[in-house]
Design a protein around this ligand. Structure first.
Ligand SMILES: [Fe+2]
Length: 198
């Protein structure tokens, strides 16, 4: 099987330049390419001599979650900008869940910003756990380290430096997070949330 890089219908963003987004989209396409490359290479090596190539195959399998989650997390990321910024209204179930978990929408935003301050490269990920009926806002290292098994992703904030260093200095990460949150079309996280809330 082969994955194809998605295209995103992105509006002009506030505080994130077209150059920044284009550089980032090219990186996303690299992840898609490498997912396909790993899957194809494992298949070839197994067909040639699975036993003799076991060590290499094992290492490729270890590498796959980095490339796969790199691909998928960027898809979560870019689609959040499609159709332009929208804030959830008072009737939003996502806003109600955020109010319950974080006290208010502003409390939710403050929490996302706090987790975004984690040192290192990775992601802030907001999940919804249907079993626990709760939102969780956590830090994921690289793309795959610390993901909460099976929980639907509601919001994904890329905190790798490549996500902002065309437009911001490393010390300006907070400004990037502000810009990111300004541009989110919350209809997208809301739709993800409604698919899983019971
Ligand atoms: Fe990224």
């Amino acid at each position: 099987m082969n994955y194809t890089a998605r295209t995103f219908d992105l509006p002009e963003l506030k505080g994130l330049s077209k150059k920044q987004i284009d550089v980032h989209l090219a990186l996303y396409e690299g992840y898609v390419k490498h997912v396909n490359l790993i899957l194809d290479t494992i298949k070839e090596l197994r067909e040639k001599d699975a036993e003799k190539n076991a060590f290499v195959i094992n290492e490729l399998r270890r590498r796959l979650p980095f490339e796969f989650d790199g691909m998928r997390m960027h898809e979560y990321y870019f689609e959040q900008f499609e159709k332009g910024a929208e804030i959830p209204d008072d009737k939003s179930p996502l806003r109600a869940a955020a109010d319950e978990r974080y006290g208010s929408w502003d409390g939710f935003m403050a929490h996302v910003k706090e987790v975004a301050g984690t040192r290192g490269i990775g992601w802030v990920v907001v999940y919804y756990d249907p079993a626990g009926r709760a939102m969780h806002t956590t830090w994921v290292g690289d793309h795959e380290l610390g993901q909460l098994a099976g929980l639907p992703i509601i919001l994904a904030v890329d905190l790798w430096e490549h996500a902002y260093m065309v437009d911001y200095l490393p010390a300006e990460k907070k400004s990037y997070v502000e810009a990111f949150l300004t541009n989110v079309n919350w209809d997208v996280p809301e739709k993800r949330f409604l698919e899983h809330v019971t």
